[in-house]
Design a protein around this ligand. Structure first.
Ligand SMILES: Nc1nc2c(c(=O)[nH]1)N[C@@H](CN(C=O)c1ccc(C(=O)N[C@@H](CCC(=O)O)C(=O)O)cc1)CN2
Length: 300
């Protein structure tokens, strides 16, 4: 078998197109422009790239984009004051603090300062609780993107056996919750899971989100299974020239693609969906703030 490649880059462009249509409607029919504020503390090179990309795509879909770039010496009090100002700003519907934060800042405390209604990352404890109880919430962008790709590929996920490898608060746990809400039978595997190969082998859906390059080999995969690879690992690639690198996922793409029914590539799979879903969440937050119907197909 050779797996179908699920093209996250193309799908993300489609989602951004839908977001742009909703933005036009909000502007034309209601005089409202959705606004997203992104806060970056410090100068982590990867975060710089993601924040720049978020600003560019926010503007491309017609939304207001605000960027706050703070020095890595910024105190917790200064950051909390900025969040408070953004919480009170009616032109801002979504607030995102880029992670990771410098070590001296407490991520939990910072996230808990964001108004849950503007928490377009879905990391606030109120949103975690709402998702966990199957209620309307803001949903973390990466798992939402994975869910959209799975629904698009399969239609319904009901009754499917899903294994999520990784139990992070940002991906693994919310992903498991979303799959459960879609009536999958869900196993969350992690570093202490016994016989991980056997656990993965029974899955119709494998979500790999461990952050270990090419950890899942093809002989762990049930023939025909769908693999969503969340890993983004940068490896040295001297074969491409001095100082060159290449990106790989958490699954060994070549061996897995021979067995799976469908697979997301890295790059060009889950990554682009993360930013598309951030824009979708901002439109959703804007509609909720103004008591307007939510955009269909862009929420969980
Ligand atoms: N507050 C948040 N911080 C972080 C999040 C998040 O969702 N919220 N996620 C990641 C980083 N991230 C967005 O912020 C992100 C990661 C990767 C991509 C992406 O498109 N990746 C490309 C490859 C890019 C490259 O060449 O390096 C791909 O996979 O094709 C987008 C967004 C951590 N922080």
């Amino acid at each position: 078998m050779t797996a179908t490649i699920i093209d996250g880059k193309a799908f993300a462009a489609q989602v951004r197109g839908q977001v742009a249509q909703h933005v036009t409607r909000l502007k034309d029919d209601h005089g409202i422009t959705p606004g997203l504020a992104v806060v970056l503390v410090g100068a982590d090179p990867a975060s710089e790239v993601y924040v720049k990309s978020k600003g560019k795509m926010t503007k491309e879909v017609g939304m207001k984009s605000v960027e706050h770039r703070l020095a890595d010496t910024t105190s917790e009090a200064e950051l909390l004051t900025l969040i408070d100002t953004l919480n009170k700003d009616d032109t801002i519907h979504g607030i995102l603090v880029q992670l990771p934060l410098p070590d001296h800042l407490n991520e939990d405390l910072v996230i808990s300062a964001i108004d849950p209604a503007k928490d377009v990352d879905g990391f606030h404890i109120s949103n975690v609780g709402l998702l966990g109880t199957g209620q309307k919430s803001m949903v973390p962008c990466t798992p939402l993107g994975c869910l959209m790709m799975l629904r698009d590929h399969h239609g319904t996920l009901s009754g499917m056996d899903a294994v999520v490898i990784g139990r992070s608060n940002i991906v693994g746990k919310p992903m498991a919750q979303l799959l459960l809400n879609d009536s999958c039978t869900v196993t969350v595997a992690h570093s202490r899971t016994k016989d991980l190969a056997a656990v993965v082998r029974r899955a119709d859906i494998v979500i790999a989100a461990v952050g270990r390059p090419e950890m899942v080999p093809g002989d762990w995969i049930k023939p025909g299974a769908t693999i969503i690879d969340v890993g983004i690992n940068r490896l040295d690639a001297p074969e491409r020239g001095e100082g060159k690198t290449r990106l790989v996922g958490d699954v060994d793409f070549d061996s897995c693609a021979k067995v799976a029914g469908a697979i997301t590539p890295v790059p060009g799979g889950v990554g682009p969906m993360t930013i598309a879903c951030l824009l979708a969440n901002t439109v959703t937050a804007c509609c909720r703030a103004h008591d307007l119907p939510e955009p269909e197909g862009l929420t969980a």
